[in-house]
Ligand binder design. Structure first.
Ligand code: FCB
Length: 448
């Protein structure tokens, strides 16, 4: 059942329910209206990087279908929508504005505001302009200041239309998958690059925050981090240490920097000799207080010692998994939130900015029966409710995703949407999970 417990705070209208998307994953129109190439266009064009050679075209063709997509969103009765802006759509190589790109987001946000939806806008959900990559991308410290210029432009232009700004989506993925193991654009694999890229990502975040606040003082400003639960395959001290290190790199790498103004020392035991170059005051900048923290949670990993300093995955047999192969482990969300509340006294209010699952959904007689997703969301809402009862301040929950879309290196094969997309015809079909969420939100409205 996709319904939180009847006595949960989630039944109050103040608790926000939304769904999330990201520019590169849904927009398409990668050559239109002055949009410049991004690192994901380049990555997709590199043979072997993305499953089936899929690219950012056509995605959901949302650039042209945005108005009917927003109707879909309001049809579900959601309170909020999380989207991201494409940096290469709104700024040219010289840092000048691109009016056509900006107008697209103005129209979109205006319509969302008219419909009474809260708007959560992420500045960077991985589509870095390729011309900045040519200058070193996140390895070049200068990018933090280019990012602040971008934040300045969009927050001036879109001020008053945004409920909450998030600087970055999942810096761990940008740094580690982009620079540490090469699974994401730009495709480098060197842990030294990953730690330096992370430092510049977080520096960009901290540098942009005051800019957002100055230009749009009524909006909230924060960041979105992915978190992962790591548990030990056995009770041996070595495996427990491995699980600890898993969570250090997955969670503390970002959260310690934000809330303790330091990188966890254990990180550099895991990856010796990878300390990034950090200048005076950088950690102060990175630790600028936040109005909210966005959390994306999907799964846990079981790990064991690799016999040296690190960990290796030791997947459990006989557990429920999704189309991604990820274990369904709702209590991991509660465990981590409770752990963070204890570790970080300055933790701001939390929004779950992504949670959801992929399944191999097909349309039959006009319906998409995605029972596993209904159970998945319901179980995560219950775990989240439990975390709230244990004192964690959670204000909202966004399903990833509104509709099926381009799932990065897995292309279009993995379907995370509550709405099915037929990419050949661009027909949208709400899945049973969407209908279940709509029923719950209607019932909540009627009880209010
Ligand atoms: C997250 C990303 C999001 C989506 C989900 C499945 O890491 O932020 O864009 O791909 O995973």
């Amino acid at each position: 059942m996709l319904v939180p417990p009847r006595d949960s705070a989630m039944w109050r209208k103040e608790f926000l329910f939304g769904s999330a998307t990201a520019s590169f994953q849904i927009e398409g129109a990668t050559h239109e209206d002055g949009r410049l190439p991004s690192i994901w266009d380049t990555f997709c064009a590199t043979p072997g990087k993305v499953l089936n050679g899929d690219t950012g075209e056509p995605a959901c063709d949302h650039y042209h279908r945005w108005a009917s997509d927003l109707d879909l969103l309001t049809g579900l009765g959601l309170d909020g929508y999380r989207l991201s802006l494409a940096w290469p759509r709104v700024m040219d190589e010289k840092g000048r504005r691109n009016d056509k790109g900006l107008d697209f987001y103005k129209r979109l946000l205006d319509r969302l505001c008219e419909k009474g939806l809260q708007t959560f806008v992420t500045l960077y959900h991985w589509d870095l302009p390729q011309h900045l990559e040519a200058r070193g991308g996140w390895l070049n410290r200068d990018i933090a200041y280019r990012f602040a210029d971008y934040a300045d432009l969009v927050s001036r232009e879109l001020a008053g239309k945004v409920t909450a700004w998030a600087t970055l989506n999942e810096p761990w993925c940008s740094a580690y998958l982009g620079y540490g193991n090469g699974h994401h654009a730009p495709g480098l694999s060197d842990p030294r690059c990953a730690t330096q890229a992370m430092h510049h990502l977080l520096l960009a975040h901290g540098t942009a925050l005051p800019v957002l606040r100055a230009n749009d003082p009524r909006a909230r400003a924060g960041i979105v981090a992915n978190i992962g639960r790591g548990t030990a395959a056995t009770n041996s001290p070595e495996d427990r240490r491995a699980a600890h290190l898993f969570e250090v790199q997955q969670n503390a790498w970002v959260l310690d920097a934000l809330f303790k103004k330091q990188y966890p020392a254990d990180l550099f035991e895991l990856w010796p000799g990878t300390e990034p170059l950090v200048l005076d005051h950088d950690m102060e900048t990175i630790g600028t207080p936040l109005d909210f923290l966005g959390i994306n949670y999907y799964t846990r990993s079981t790990v064991k010692s690799d016999g040296a300093h690190g960990f290796v995955e030791a997947p459990l047999a006989d557990v429920e998994r999704t189309q991604m192969g990820w274990e369904v482990y709702p209590d991991g969300l509660r465990q981590l939130l409770v752990q963070f509340k204890a570790s970080y006294p300055d933790l701001p209010p939390i929004y779950i900015t992504e949670n959801g699952m992929a399944s191999d959904d097909t349309v039959s007689h006009g319906e998409v029966v995605d029972e596993q997703r209904i159970r998945f969301i319901g179980a995560h809402l219950r775990a989240l409710d439990q975390a709230m009862r244990e004192g964690v301040d959670v204000r909202g929950y966004f399903v990833w995703s509104l509709m099926d879309n381009f799932e990065w290196s897995f292309g279009y094969e993995r379907r995370f949407g509550m709405v099915h997309v037929d990419y050949a015809t661009q027909v949208r079909t709400p899945k049973h999970s969407a209908l279940a969420l709509r029923r719950f939100l209607n019932e909540r409205r009627n009880c209010a």
